[in-house]
Design a protein around this ligand. Structure first.
Ligand code: PHE
Ligand code: NA
Length: 452
């Protein structure tokens, strides 16, 4: 496979990797997770998780992709015949995510439009579930909701178009546009947010350290969980992307850059979101803890209310939802590339055919989430993916590499051969001992909370 696609530039690869990492997790998951797990004190376990698991795993995934030059299934099977299934498991998790992730992007597209005249009115919550999603009883799919379906088709058109143009002309070019644009938009939003009345109360709530929290095991698990999800680790993504790196690539350095860029964006998002929440609390005469939230509720119920109360609502509404769209699209493209590359190599078909089959199946699956029961289905599937899919994927991966095929030394010399920063015992220890232990505890804790 010597004529394998390649990134045109190092920056192109970095933009694509950052594009995958920087997503909804940064904007709507990190701020509340930090706030809820010790505020300012959370940064300690968080940084620890970044340095002992996030970046080490990223280095490992970049090495795997670069060394074996294949999609995740192909790379694992080259590592050891019996491990191909780990690649497919990770691709399958990504496939499932790619069926519901575009729904959220579709909502954000519509909400950018709803920003004109604040069409969500005085009660954004009932507007979202009632008027917009036409949510019906749990378990009932009901009919397709046109105002979700049409933007969803637009999202798929962008994804098909981008993937269809290939790695360099499609994925790389898209990310080189999306990521700088996202950063600019987001900085404007954050500057606006921190200059609103009440912003300081929000920042105080976000940064105030609750030091006793770092004695709590759950807080550490939350920190590792945020890092795994946020860096797109164990989703087959980073292996696929690094398989398109040229022979001479400073893998270790690239991993540090990706990791720190993603965390910087998380910090920025935390500041922006909590400044905005502080403003909302101030406007409504309540405490910040009464309005703090995360996820779908934060973006589509709380933020519309904040936006309505802001000066220049329309402008900032469009900016906020557009930044969700850009962050989401760049992640969505990376998830879809995992199965496009996997199918193409497995069945020896053209890239175009693979996009039509893989993307087509995911697009059809996404229709289930565009029905009146869509939000309930999305919550359920997302819960399983977050609690089991990710932790299991990571566990399979590190245990296989560190304990079964025992390739860490081998990978270390591969990475060291092309990187400035040299890896050492610390790297093998993080991957062979710390990461599997944390992922094991994470699995048990999730199972326990399921039962109780
Ligand atoms: N890393 C992305 C984020 O922080 C989420 C993501 C997970 C993207 C899995 C792709 C695949 O939002
Ligand atoms: Na992220």
């Amino acid at each position: 496979m010597e004529n394998r696609s390649q990134w045109g530039t190092r920056i192109g690869f970095l933009m694509a990797a950052m594009g995958s990492a920087i997503g909804l997790g940064n904007i709507w998951r990190f701020p509340y997770t930090a706030y809820d797990n010790g505020g300012g004190a959370f940064f300690l376990p968080y940084l620890f998780a970044l340095l002992t698991a996030g970046i080490p795993l990223l280095i490992m995934e970049y090495t795997i992709g670069h060394k074996f030059r294949g999609s995740a299934p192909r790379s694992y099977s080259k590592m050891s015949k019996g491990l191909e299934w780990i690649g497919w498991w990770q691709v399958a998790v990504s496939f499932v995510i790619s069926a519901y992730y575009p729904i959220i992007i579709a909502w954000a597209i519509m909400y950018a439009y709803f920003s004109f005249g604040q069409q969500w009115g005085d009660d954004p919550t009932s507007f979202f579930v009632g008027d917009y999603l036409q949510l019906s009883d749990p378990g009932v799919f009901g009919s397709l909701v046109p105002s979700v379906l049409f933007p969803l088709l637009l999202v798929w058109a962008i994804v098909f178009f981008t993937l269809g143009r290939g790695v360099r002309k499609g994925i790389e070019v898209a990310n080189k546009i999306f990521i700088p644009a996202l950063v600019v938009l987001f900085i404007i939003i954050v500057i606006r947010a921190i200059t609103l009345p009440g912003a300081l109360d929000g920042l105080e709530a976000f940064f105030e350290p609750n030091w006793s929290s770092i004695m709590d095991g759950k807080v550490w698990v939350a920190a590792y969980g945020q890092i795994f999800f946020s860096l797109s680790i164990a989703f087959a993504i980073m292996i696929t992307y690094s398989s398109y790196l040229p022979k001479k690539s400073d893998i270790t350095n690239n991993a540090f850059i990706t990791g720190f860029a993603n965390s910087s964006f998380e910090l920025l998002a935390g500041i922006g979101v909590f400044a905005a929440l502080g403003f909302m609390a101030f406007q409504n005469g309540v405490e910040v803890n009464e309005v703090a939230s995360s996820g779908v509720g934060l973006a589509f119920m709380v933020f519309p209310e904040i936006i309505s109360q802001m000066p220049a609502s329309e402008f900032f509404g469009v900016l906020f939802f557009l930044s969700l769209v850009l962050a989401g699209l760049s992640s969505m493209i990376s998830i879809s590339e995992t199965y496009v590359a996997g199918l193409q190599e497995k069945f020896n078909i053209s890239r175009g055919t693979s996009i039509l089959i893989g993307g087509g199946l995911a697009a059809v699956a996404s229709l289930f989430f565009a029905t009146q029961g869509g939000l309930n289905l999305l919550d359920t599937v997302d819960h399983f993916i977050n609690n089991y899919g990710v932790a299991l994927s990571g566990l399979f991966e590190v245990v296989a590499v560190a304990w079964f095929v025992k390739s860490l030394r081998d990978f270390q010399s591969h990475a060291d051969g092309i990187s400035d920063i040299k890896l050492g015992f610390w790297w093998r220890f993080c991957l062979g001992v710390i990461t599997p232990a944390v992922l094991g505890v994470m699995m048990l804790q999730n199972l326990k909370s399921e039962i109780t």
